[in-house]
Write a protein that binds this ligand. Structure first.
Ligand code: GAL
Length: 639
C-alpha cells in the first residue's frame, strides 16, 4: 500500500514547495493529491488561464519523485462563474438558491454548470494528461458533501420530469406505480409532478424514492461526463473520494465508472457526529469505533472494480464534528495499517500542513500551521516503515458476505415506521457481531455474484432480487435475512406474493425505545427490540416469541430472523449458523479486531488497555508486535 497526502501549493509561498516535497519523500509518501479546490487560481476570470503556478508546483513535486493525483476543481466554482451563470446554483429544500462563500454550491442538474464542468475538465486534462508525474486523476471532491446530492432548483425539476418520462413512458404507468389514486394525487402529465418538500404531510413515498433515485443518477452522470473526458486523453487511473456514513447516492454505480474507489476516513469525527450512544462516544473518543473504518473499507471495496484506497485519512483532531478530540498516539498509524489489511492500495493523509486561515484552520495536518512536525506526521513515517517491511499483501478470500443496499436505505428513511429503525445501524450491528467472531467479511450488493461465499447475511433487504435464490443455489451459499426482508416491491408497494418459500408474512410492529419482546430459543431467553415481524411457517421453529409466533425460521436455503435481535441473541443465532457451515469463530473482546490478508493476520487494539491476543493466535510467527497488544497498537503474525 502506498502512502499519500493532500497538498495545497496555492496555500503556501512557492519557496516552501521544494522543502515540502523533500520531506514528503523522507516520510515515505509517494503520492500527492492537488488542485481539487484551485479553480479561482487556475482560471481567475473566464478563459484567462493561469497555469504557471500549477506547472511549477507539478514540476517541483515531480522532481522529488512524487506521483501526482490531479483533480478537476468542480467542487468549488469561483465567484465570477457564479455571477455569470447564476442558474448553476443548487436550491435548498425551501426553494432558495444556495449562496457563494463555501463549496459544493452547484446543482447537478444545471445544464450550464455541466457545460462549465466539461470545459474546465477538458482544460485541466489537456494541460496535464501527458505529464509523466500525473499518474491518476480525481473527479471533483466528495460528491454530496454537506447534503448536496438533492437540489430543488427549476433545472432539477425539469430533469426529474425527463427522468420520470424515461422510466415510466406513460403517466398511467407512473400513477399505477406510485398508487396516486390515494388522496387524489393522480397526474395527467409528467410536467405536473412537483418536488415533495413542501407537502402538508407525508408526500407519496414512491415519489420520494424516485426523487432520491433520480438525484443519485444525476451524480453518477455528472461524474461520468468528467470520466469520459479524462479517459479520452489518458490511460491514468481515475478515482473519486467518497465519504463515510454517506448513502445519498448509489456508490456501487459510481464505482463501476472509475478505476479506483477511494474514501475519506475520519474515525473520530464520525464517531462524535453519528448515532453512537454516549457510552460508545466516550469509550472510543480517541480511537473511533472499532468497526467504523473497517466497515467502510469493506463497503467501498464492494463499490469498486477491485481497486480501492483511502484518499483522506484523519491525522489528528478535525474541525467539523461537534467535539474534536485528538486521537490516542498511535491511532493515525494504526488506521493506515488497517486499510492495508483490508486490501487498500493507497492511504493518503489529509492534509500535509494545517492551514492557518479560513474554514479549516482548526483541522490538524501532518505538520502544524507553523511547519512543525505534528503527531500525525510522526505516525505516517512509522506506518511507512512497517508497510515497507511487510511487502505486498495478498487479499483474503472471505467466506462470509454482508449484503448492503442503497435502495434499502432510501426506502427505510422514507418510511421508517418506528423511530428506532435505522438501516445503517442495523447493518453495523450485524457487521460488529460477525467481526467479533474474528471473521474477515466482504460487503456486497444484493446483485453481486455469490460464488465463494458460504454465508451471505442481509441484515434487512426489503426488495429481494428475483434471481437471488438461484444465485445462492448455484454458489452453494446459505442466505441469512434480518427483519423486513422481502417487505417491498421495487415500486415501493407491499408485494402480493412472498419472496420466500415456507415463510409467510402476516403483519409487523415497531417498538419504542426500551420496549422488548422476549424470545425463547433452545430454552434460553433472548430479546428483540425496535422491530418485529409476525410470520407463519410450516417448518419447526427453535425460537418463538413469548406469544408463540416464530422468531427464527430455518428454511431449506435461508434463515429469517423475524425481529431486530439484541446482540446476545444475534450472536447465538449467527454462531450456530457459522458452526453448522464449518466456519470457526472466536468471540473477541470489545476493543480488539482482527483482519486477515492471504497469509497474515492483523490484530488492532482500539481500547485504552493492553490486550493479550495470544489466545486468538493458533499458529504462525509474529512479524510485527507481540502477544500483549498495547492501546492504539497492532500486531501481525503469519498464518
Ligand atoms: C473532507 C473534505 C476535505 C476537508 C476534510 C476535512 O470531507 O474532502 O476537503 O474538508 O473533509 O476533514
Amino acid at each position: 500500500m502506498n502512502l499519500g497526502t493532500c497538498y495545497y501549493p496555492e496555500h503556501w509561498p512557492q519557496e516552501m514547495w521544494a522543502g515540502d516535497a523533500e520531506r514528503m519523500v523522507e516520510m515515505g509518501i509517494t503520492h500527492v493529491r492537488i488542485a481539487e479546490f484551485a479553480w479561482s487560481r487556475i482560471e481567475p476570470s473566464r478563459n484567462d488561464f493561469n497555469w504557471d503556478w500549477l506547472d511549477n508546483a507539478i514540476e517541483t513535486l515531480a522532481r522529488a519523485g512524487l506521483q501526482i493525483t490531479m483533480c478537476t476543481p468542480t467542487a468549488t466554482p469561483p465567484k465570477w462563474l457564479v455571477d455569470e451563470t447564476p442558474d448553476m446554483l443548487a436550491y435548498t429544500a425551501e426553494g432558495q438558491p444556495r449562496r457563494f462563500g463555501s463549496r459544493r454550491h452547484y446543482c447537478f442538474s444545471s445544464e450550464s454548470y455541466r457545460a462549465e464542468s466539461r470545459r474546465i475538465t477538458q482544460a485541466v486534462v489537456e494541460r496535464y494528461a501527458k505529464h509523466p508525474a500525473v499518474t491518476s486523476w480525481q473527479t471533483d471532491n466528495e460528491y454530496g458533501c454537506h447534503d448536496t446530492v438533492e437540489s430543488y432548483s427549476p433545472m432539477a425539476l425539469r430533469a426529474f420530469h425527463k427522468w420520470l418520462q424515461n422510466k415510466y413512458k406513460t403517466i398511467d404507468a407512473l400513477n399505477a406505480a406510485w398508487g396516486t389514486v390515494f388522496w387524489s394525487q393522480e397526474y395527467s402529465d409528467f410536467s405536473q409532478v412537483d418536488f415533495t418538500d413542501r407537502t402538508v404531510t407525508e408526500a407519496n413515498p414512491a415519489h420520494r424514492l424516485d426523487f432520491q433515485r433520480f438525484s443519485s443518477d444525476q451524480v453518477i452522470s455528472f461524474n461520468k461526463e468528467q470520466v469520459d473526458i479524462i479517459r479520452a486523453h489518458t490511460k491514468a487511473d481515475i478515482t473519486h473520494n467518497v465519504m463515510g456514513h454517506f448513502t445519498a447516492f448509489d456508490h456501487y454505480a459510481l464505482g463501476a465508472d472509475i478505476d479506483i474507489t477511494t474514501w475519506d476516513s475520519y474515525p473520530l469525527g464520525f464517531l462524535d457526529q453519528e448515532w453512537w450512544t454516549d457510552a460508545q462516544k466516550l469509550r472510543w473518543m480517541r480511537s473511533g469505533h472499532p468497526d467504523f473504518a473497517a466497515f467502510h473499507h469493506d463497503l467501498y471495496r464492494a463499490c469498486s472494480n477491485g481497486r480501492w484506497g483511502v484518499m483522506e485519512q484523519q491525522p489528528g483532531p478535525v474541525n467539523w464534528a461537534p467535539n474534536n478530540p485528538a486521537p490516542r498516539d498511535g491511532m493515525a498509524g494504526l488506521w493506515a495499517l488497517e486499510a492495508a489489511a483490508h486490501g487498500a492500495e493507497y492511504c493518503s493523509y489529509f492534509r500535509w500542513r494545517q492551514a492557518p486561515f479560513a474554514q479549516e484552520q482548526n483541522h490538524a495536518g501532518l505538520y502544524d500551521s507553523n511547519n512543525v512536525l505534528a503527531q500525525g506526521g510522526i505516525e505516517a513515517k512509522r506506518a511507512h516503515q512497517v508497510l515497507d517491511s511487510l511487502g505486498p499483501l495478498k487479499p483474503y478470500a472471505a467466506k462470509v458476505a454482508l449484503i448492503f443496499d442503497y435502495d434499502a436505505k432510501w426506502m427505510f428513511d422514507i418510511q421508517p415506521q418506528g423511530t428506532g429503525w435505522h438501516y445503517e445501524k442495523l447493518c453495523f450491528e450485524f457487521y460488529t457481531v460477525l467481526r467479533r467472531f474474528g471473521l474477515s467479511v466482504d460487503i456486497i450488493s444484493p446483485h453481486h455474484e455469490l460464488t465463494g461465499y458460504t454465508l451471505a447475511v442481509a441484515p434487512s433487504l426489503p426488495v429481494i432480487p428475483e434471481d437471488l435464490f438461484n444465485r445462492a443455489k448455484k454458489a452453494g451459499t446459505r442466505l441469512f435475512f434480518g427483519p423486513r426482508s422481502g417487505s417491498k416491491t421495487a415500486d415501493y408497494q407491499i408485494p402480493k406474493l412472498s419472496s420466500f418459500k415456507d415463510l409467510k408474512h402476516i403483519r409487523s410492529e415497531s417498538l419504542r425505545g426500551g420496549a422488548v419482546v422476549d424470545v425463547d430459543m433452545d430454552e434460553q431467553f433472548y430479546r428483540a427490540k425496535i422491530w418485529r415481524d409476525f410470520v407463519a411457517t410450516p417448518r419447526n421453529c427453535r425460537a418463538r416469541f413469548d406469544d408463540g409466533f416464530p422468531a427464527y425460521v430455518e428454511a431449506e436455503m435461508f434463515d429469517y430472523v423475524a425481529a431486530w435481535p439484541e446482540t446476545k441473541w444475534l450472536r447465538a443465532l449467527l454462531r450456530d449458523r457459522l458452526e453448522s457451515l464449518d466456519i470457526p469463530t472466536y468471540w473477541l473482546p470489545k476493543d480488539l479486531r482482527i483482519r486477515r490478508s492471504e497469509d497474515k493476520v492483523f490484530a488492532f487494539n482500539y481500547g485504552a488497555k493492553d490486550i493479550d491476543v495470544t489466545r486468538f493466535k493458533k499458529d504462525g510467527e509474529f512479524v510485527h508486535g507481540s502477544g500483549i497488544l498495547p492501546p492504539a497498537k497492532f500486531c501481525i503474525w503469519t498464518t
